[in-house]
Design a binder for this molecule. Structure first.
Ligand code: BGC
Length: 752
């Protein structure tokens, strides 16, 4: 990875480098082991300035254009024409070492200024080796795991010519109707921050200029997850306080981790769509946070300013987005179509255009694209689906599973059984298990649950029956499924959602199991054989009947290429589930939005028995709370200690507990710390996650787990909207979910 590439920069002069680079573009492929660009930012700036000076306006606008290739990854004829004219800044979808190199050769060899194209793609949870969907990955509460999966994704994507991923999606989502909840880390900003930073670190490494890294993109800036009614693309009404405390923090964490780019969101927020929002783009992102990287619009979002009703036409839309600081336009071509006129009419300044181009060129230099423009087919072949990647996918998938219920030790299943029924529409489905945004993942590479179980139990009879589809009304397959169950010692039923029921433009008004799946489970239940339900889905589901009646429920999200093996590992005890819910599971869609870090209100339900309950017809509590998840072993958390009884506002305090594996198998517990501030200048949530650690323990083993709380964790936005640590009493709770734990408290005291 760090070996010196024979045309790396060192201290050679600019022209020498150009000549060498050009020579190499004809004769060499980029070494996958090349060094990152050996240039200081001053050197890069100087190169950018000198390139900028030589560019025509057309070429400049071309750098601000991102166009699509074909969905299957191929180039379109127009891509070649524009690349030849030096008018193609970036593409999406075009992928594969051969295809990207073909187009890149045209840009580098045939365009006037030889500026390479930047190939982008949505590498969300893996490129070819697919990992669990991000919501599942968040359920692992394992940022190191997320760093590992994204690092592998970067390795594979870059081998296929992709150097820019539109991930991580760090939108907080408190509404499970919204299909894109699957793409993020759930409802909590603290967990969201940890996962955002980890994913950025994994994609970008220490330097995204390394050829096996990609530049990441924090999206969608911002509050897209607050879409009203969970309807995709919808308006978000969010107060500045909630923006700053809930929706901004994962973006800030991505920024602090060095994220190279941001994407402006589709939604309007306080009357302004993401691509013209002067508060979020100019005041916060560029102003307060000093972000000077590329901001790309979401797909067609500049053009959509017209439908939003804030731009009269394409020209107006282009002017507003450029002036708001959106550097690159994805899909629509309004910058290119109108840029010259806008400049002439002084609606956009040359400086604004130059600044946008400067950011794009700087990114290309930082990525080392000028030195290593091409991916290499042999390296790609050796990298995609490499056995180490598949092994990681299997391990990380198992870490994402959440055991929701396990009555009388139904799971794990004994490997000695003679026969097992594997039932359900998702049991042998190689496509859906990959999830909704699965890069270049292919169903022919994926291991279904049925295949995983067959591999796990080569000597047993495996009776498979689909039973029904995920959607639709047919129960024709029920008889066959019931027969399979009757003939077997144990039954596994795999149900849930299709992958297309979550993701973009995939909101649902119901959180129930779709189609006839619940009836299928009820039919199996009636037979009386021991059984477990395996859920595959991209959002919380209101599975009340299952929660009451089924003996065991394992939430596996969409687990990816190795999903079937990982589920089989878990069902048979080779892996012990240790995941916890990163999002609340409601009892009913009518409770939505429901999230653990809500406010108390003036009549807190459940505290004063005389207070009215929020609903007349259902309990107000969730079906499964945030942070919840079981294990095959048991843990005891004890001996909560605080390092001080009081601290100053600028001080910090350590909370620690002992966690012990009190059962008889190795397992993981996620120890979680929550705080609650009793009195403050503004209302505060009933609890806020401020620390967590996933700990692996052997039977009988115990460990002390420590959490440090300082101003970052204890501060909030006060009445004057300043981030401050106010004096007052802080309650602490440390436990295994948001609904239990040991409690203590300390005071923050103003120094005299
Ligand atoms: C999505 C983005 C995505 C882009 C490119 C848009 O529709 O909102 O998340 O990165 O398409 O595929």
């Amino acid at each position: 990875m760090t070996g010196e590439n024979h045309f790396s920069k060192n201290k050679r002069g600019f022209w020498t480098q150009w000549i060498l680079t050009l020579a190499c573009t004809v004769t060499c492929v980029a070494s996958p082991h090349a060094a990152p660009p050996n240039m200081s930012s001053a050197e890069i700036d100087q190169k950018v300035s000198s390139t900028l000076k030589r560019m025509t306006l057309e070429e400049k606008l071309g750098q601000l254009q991102q166009l699509c290739g074909a969905w299957d990854g191929d180039c379109l004829p127009e891509d070649f024409a524009l690349a030849r004219q030096g008018r193609l800044g970036s593409t999406i979808f075009i992928r594969g070492a051969k295809r990207t190199a073909e187009l890149q050769r045209v840009a580098v060899n045939e365009s006037r200024l030889h500026i390479p194209v930047l190939f982008a793609f949505d590498v969300i949870h893996g490129y070819r080796t697919i990992f669990p969907v991000p919501l599942g990955e968040a359920a692992s509460w394992d940022p190191r795991g997320a760093e590992r999966s994204t690092s592998i994704a970067a390795d594979e994507a870059s081998a296929a010519g992709i150097r820019w991923t539109f991930a991580p999606m760090v939108d907080i989502a408190r509404d499970p109707r919204w299909g894109r909840i699957v793409e993020g880390a759930g409802e909590d900003p603290f967990l969201g921050m940890a996962m955002a930073a980890a994913r950025v670190r994994g994609f970008q490494g220490t330097n995204y200029g390394l050829p096996d890294k990609v530049v990441a993109c924090a999206k969608h800036w911002v509050a897209y997850g607050a879409a009203e009614g969970g309807r995709d693309y919808n308006t978000a009404e969010v107060s500045e306080r909630t923006l700053r405390e809930i929706y901004f923090p994962p973006f800030k964490a991505a920024l602090d981790a060095g994220v190279g780019t941001f994407m402006s969101a589709f939604n309007d927020l306080d009357g302004l769509p993401g691509s013209v929002n002067s508060f979020t783009l100019s005041k916060v992102l560029r102003g307060e946070w000093h972000f000077d990287g590329v901001v790309v619009s979401d797909y067609n979002a500049v053009n959509e300013l017209i439908a939003h009703g804030v731009a009269a036409d394409g020209k107006d839309a282009a002017a507003q987005a450029l002036n708001a600081g959106v550097d690159m336009e994805m899909f629509s071509r309004l910058y290119n179509e109108n840029g010259a006129e806008l400049l002439k009419e002084k609606k956009v300044s040359r400086k604004t255009i130059d600044e946008a181009v400067r950011r794009v060129l700087r990114l290309k230099y930082q990525l080392g694209l000028f030195e290593h423009p091409y991916a290499d087919e042999a390296h790609e072949k050796a990298t995609l689906l490499n056995p180490a990647h598949l092994k990681a996918a299997r391990e990380l998938a198992a870490r994402s599973f959440v055991l929701l219920k396990n009555e009388r030790g139904t799971l794990p299943i004994s490997k000695d059984l003679k026969s097992i029924a594997v039932i359900g529409p998702l049991a042998d489905d190689p496509q859906n298990i990959l999830g909704p945004w699965c890069g270049d993942g292919r169903k022919e590479d994926s291991v279904t649950l049925l295949a995983g179980i067959r591999a796990k139990l080569p000597g047993a009879t495996v009776n498979y029956a689909k039973g029904c589809d995920v959607t639709g009304n047919s129960t024709e397959g029920f008889n066959e499924a019931e027969d399979a169950a009757r003939q077997s010692d144990f039954v596994i039923v795999a149900v849930g959602e299709t992958s297309s029921m979550s993701g973009e433009a995939a909101s649902r008004s119901s959180l129930d199991l779709p189609g006839r799946q619940l009836e299928l489970i009820q039919a199996i239940h009636a037979i009386g054989k021991p059984y477990a339900v395996v859920l595959m889905n991209g959002r919380p589901l209101s599975i009340n009947w299952l929660a009451t009646n089924s003996p065991a429920i394992l939430e596996t999200w969409f687990a990816g290429t190795q999903g079937g093996n990982a589920i089989a590992d878990t069902l048979f005890g080779d892996a012990n589930p240790g995941g916890k819910l990163p999002v609340t599971f409601p009892r009913s869609v009518g409770q939505v939005p429901i999230y653990y870090n809500h406010k108390n209100t003036g009549r807190p339900p459940g505290v004063d028995p005389k207070s009215p309950l929020p609903y007349l017809d259902i309990p107000w509590t969730p079906l499964y709370p945030f942070g919840y998840g079981l294990s095959y072993t048991s843990f005891a958390i004890s001996n909560l200690q605080l390092s001080a009884a009081h601290i100053r506002p600028d001080g910090s305090i350590t909370a620690s507990v002992e966690v012990k594996n009190t059962g008889d198998r190795a397992g993981d517990e996620v120890v979680q710390l929550y705080i609650h501030r009793l009195v403050a200048s503004v209302t505060r949530p009933v609890q806020e996650l401020k620390g967590f650690q996933r700990v692996s323990l052997q039977p009988g083993e115990s460990r002390r787990v420590e959490f440090l709380l300082g101003p970052r964790e204890l501060g909030f936005y006060d009445r004057a909207m300043r981030f401050a640590v106010e004096p007052g009493k802080i309650q602490i709770k440390v436990g295994a979910s948001s609904e239990d734990g040991l409690e203590s408290s300390f005071e923050i005291i103003k120094p005299r």
